[in-house]
Design a protein around this ligand. Structure first.
Ligand code: SAM
Ligand code: SF4
Length: 333
């Protein structure tokens, strides 16, 4: 591939990491992501088919994309997901396929997913008490998430990551138990700051439990956390090791410590809109190109247009910040 083909933006950020949302549907209703009731899901006909997702990925891979993350909505509610993973794994140039899931349907599907070529897993777990789980997700299901985590370990997944969104007034008491749980079971734990992407538009910055505060709570319980040198500058988390050497903990602090300057991620929504940022207002319609008989070259141009337009940062802390109309489940986290 010539340098002129790679997806590089005006700040020199090279985009090799594609997040593919396979559905906007979900089996729970986390308040920081979805509405509780009457969710307006996209009709099936508007959602990209597997064939379209694979074609788009092949084109993106021809421009240097080599890492994929499957997300949603809840990716495991999409039927036949292992089939898609298998097809994506055989796209030339793709060397890493990961998935982010709420874990509820994981135990049933994990073996097929692994066999199909899924390499890495992030499982969302904000706390260990059913009460916290239901307060956040507004549905029951913690037992099934835990079952999913252990099933993934049994299936041979290494370095499973737990993603915990931290919310003031709700998850303070969960921080240390989550740390203990992760250490005991050999899981990596990452705390994520609550971002203004909730569907009900109730986010306020005083609900953001910052990575700094969480770190302090963990250090009070476990002793100093020792910074781990970053091997990949584009990784969003700052990682630490516990002082006794058992366990790794990461902080993704998009609100208090934005990491936009090293961002290498682009996204495609379930209905085929390409986005250069979670917080982007503009979108580029890959489905229109594909269903309108457009060529792969036109898809390449669309991808380049999207990346060229990427802003330096999300601007959450700016007085001019405008939230995207889409909520997290409609983008793909
Ligand atoms: N349903 C899957 C899940 O929950 O893991 C995948 C999609 S979900 C949108 C991806 C990740 O985004 C999850 O770890 C979730 O906790 C996180 N998330 C959702 N809304 C968020 C918000 N407003 N701020 C921060 N993280 C959020
Ligand atoms: Fe569903 Fe994931 Fe959104 Fe929670 S964060 S509502 S599990 S898509």
């Amino acid at each position: 591939m010539t340098d002129s083909r790679i997806l590089v933006d005006a700040l020199g950020r090279i985009h090799n990491n594609l997040r593919i949302s396979v559905t906007d549907r979900c089996n729970i209703r986390c308040f920081y992501c979805m509405p509780n009731e009457n969710v307006q899901f996209k009709p099936r006909a508007e959602i990209l088919t597997f064939e379209e997702i694979v074609r788009f990925t092949r084109v993106a891979a021809s421009l240097g994309v080599n890492k994929l993350r499957i997300t949603g909505g809840e990716p495991l509610v999409r039927a036949d997901l292992p089939e898609l993973i298998g097809e994506l794994a055989s796209v030339p140039g793709i060397r890493d396929i990961a998935m982010t899931t709420n874990g509820i349907l994981l135990a049933d599907q994990i073996v097929a997913l692994k066999q199909a070529g899924l390499q890495r897993l992030n499982i969302s777990l904000d706390g260990l008490r059913e009460e916290t789980f239901e307060r956040i997700s507004r549905r029951p299901g913690l037992d099934r998430v835990l079952e999913g985590i252990f099933a993934a370990q049994r299936a041979g997944f290494e370095k499973i990551r737990l993603n915990a969104v931290a919310i003031r007034g709700i998850t303070e008491d969960e921080i240390v138990p989550l740390g203990e749980f992760a250490r005991r079971h050999g899981l990596e734990l990452r705390f994520i700051e609550f971002m203004p992407l909730d569907a009900e538009n109730n986010w306020s910055d005083d609900q953001v439990l910052s990575g700094g505060e969480i770190r302090e709570a963990l250090e009070n319980a476990f002793g100093s956390l020792l910074p781990i040198e970053r091997t990949d500058p584009s990784q969003p988390a700052t990682d630490y090791q516990f002082a006794d050497g058992i366990g790794v903990i990461g902080f993704i602090n998009p609100v208090t410590q934005p990491f936009c300057s090293d961002c290498n991620r682009l996204r495609i929504t379930a209905e085929g809109k390409i986005r250069n940022c979670l917080f982007s207002i503009a979108e580029w319609d890959a489905r229109e190109v594909m269903r309108g008989g457009g060529s792969d070259e036109q898809l390449c141009e669309l991808l380049h247009d999207c990346i060229r337009a990427k802003k330096p940062g999300h601007g959450i802390d700016s007085p001019d910040f405008v939230r995207p109309e889409r909520a997290m489940y409609q983008i793909g986290g």
